[in-house]
Design a protein around this ligand. Structure first.
Ligand SMILES: [Zn+2]
Length: 428
């Protein structure tokens, strides 16, 4: 016993006394104009946002606090922007076929480090990556969450689910090469799709993305119609929901979009061709539309340029899709469909995500509605409304600012002057 007492005394002498717990520092942001809750549309003037430990702790009338003060008294301050459709580890181009053969998941992750930084600096504090190689995107997401890398918070779907022979199956290669490039997210038949859904979630997916129709950038002439059977889509949705994950679908043609919504799917990406039944189903299911007008705008330009380097099959589909997207979004919006902001950045260049705002306004949204799509709506769509989308006590301190008034000219959001994510400043 005595030996233990001596050992304990020696250890006590060796160990430094515990330092008194340090109060995290408070930062006071002086906001000249403040859209704290885009849902209300109310713009406050001369308010202080107190931030501590990565969270918003208080909103106060007037400019108060001293010490660590951020002077945005000449700026318009709003919640960090959310893009619910990116592929942050690559950018598409006419050399995609070669890139897919050459790039390892490590290459993708390292490119992702670069694109993540410029996306955050453009004011996007949260993104959903809806289709990227598991090893690359999960490592990038986790590295950012651990504070090793600068970037937006990422919610990641991992590899998108596609049927064999569907748009997720590598096309345009000799058979043996195409087989090597296949990802583990191809499935055929309801049971197989249940297995792949479970495996994708087990591997680390925050949400499930499926490719419900043909895709513009898949190098086949198979069109843009439904590729999964109704039964396969039901199996995926039921399995994902049972495991607490939402399911979003890439969808161009109305028939497939309607089948996915009938299967209980949570949201549609692109929504190029919507009919009256689609709009009815969106509303009945409280589902979200993520229009990705910027992708439509980008591929239309490729489609019209015979020297773009893209194959004739791709250019033909691009010209079918691009011009219809704005019209479909206009009809959906007029019909009361809930819209969440997403760009499909990778088709367009990373860091230019905010160009989507101007296109949403062209499709009939007011500037305030476009801002709601990228804040409160996207947060709700992604299941994080209790953490993000508004500037309020208890929320993550994700805050951006612009010069000028985005409610008068939404395109000022293409030039953010201040970015804070989880209480840390990345642009000032
Ligand atoms: Zn996409």
């Amino acid at each position: 016993m005595k030996g233990w007492t001596i050992l304990a005394a020696a250890l006590a002498w060796l160990m430094p006394a515990a330092a008194p717990a340090q109060e995290p520092q408070t930062t006071y942001i002086h906001a000249g104009r403040l859209l704290a809750d885009p849902a209300t549309g109310r713009v406050l003037t001369n308010h202080t946002i107190a931030v501590r430990g990565g969270r918003i702790v208080e909103l106060r009338d007037g400019f108060v606090g001293e010490g660590d003060v951020v002077d945005l008294s000449d700026s318009f301050v709003l919640p960090g922007l959310i893009d619910s459709h990116v592929h942050i580890c690559h950018e598409n181009g006419p050399d995609d076929a070669l890139r897919r053969v050459r790039q390892t998941p490590a290459d993708l992750a390292i490119d992702g480090v670069h694109y993540a930084r410029i996306t955050l600096e453009a004011g996007f504090t949260i993104v959903a990556d809806v289709g990227e190689e598991n090893d690359a995107i999960f490592a990038l997401r986790n590295g950012i969450a651990r504070g090793r890398i600068v970037g937006p918070r990422i919610l990641a779907a991992g590899n998108a689910l596609s049927p064999h022979g569907g748009p997720g199956d590598p096309a345009g290669y000799r058979d043996d090469v195409g087989h090597v490039l296949r990802r583990p997210s191809l499935c055929s038949g309801a049971d197989d799709c249940r297995r792949v859904t479970r495996e994708t979630i087990h591997r680390g997916a925050d949400l499930i993305k499926i490719v419900a129709t043909g895709s513009v950038l898949s190098d086949t002439a198979q069109g843009l119609g439904q590729v999964f059977t109704d039964e396969e889509m039901r199996a995926i949705v039921e399995t994902a929901h049972a495991l607490g994950r939402r399911v979003t679908a890439h969808g161009h043609e109305a028939g497939a979009i309607n089948a996915f919504l009938r299967a209980g799917g949570d949201s549609i990406e692109h929504g190029t061709n919507l009919d009256a039944e689609s709009i009815r189903l969106f509303r009945a299911n409280n589902a979200w539309l993520v229009p990705t007008l910027l992708a439509g705008d980008t591929v239309t330009r490729w489609g019209n340029d015979p020297n773009s380097g893209f194959s004739a099959a791709i250019r033909e589909k691009a010209l079918l899709v691009g011009p219809r997207m704005i019209d479909s979004t206009r009809r959906a919006h007029a019909g009361g469909v809930r819209i969440a902001f997403g760009t499909d950045s990778s088709v367009s260049r990373h860091g230019e995500n905010a160009r989507e705002f101007g296109l949403l306004v062209q499709a009939g949204l007011t500037p305030l509605e476009a801002i709601q799509a990228a804040t409160v709506n996207a947060a709700d769509h992604l299941g994080i409304a209790d953490q993000a989308g508004t500037i309020a006590a208890g929320r993550a301190a994700d805050i951006v600012a612009v010069r000028g008034d985005p409610l008068a000219d939404v395109r000022v959001l293409e030039r953010v002057s201040f970015v804070m994510r989880d209480g840390r400043i990345y642009r000032r």
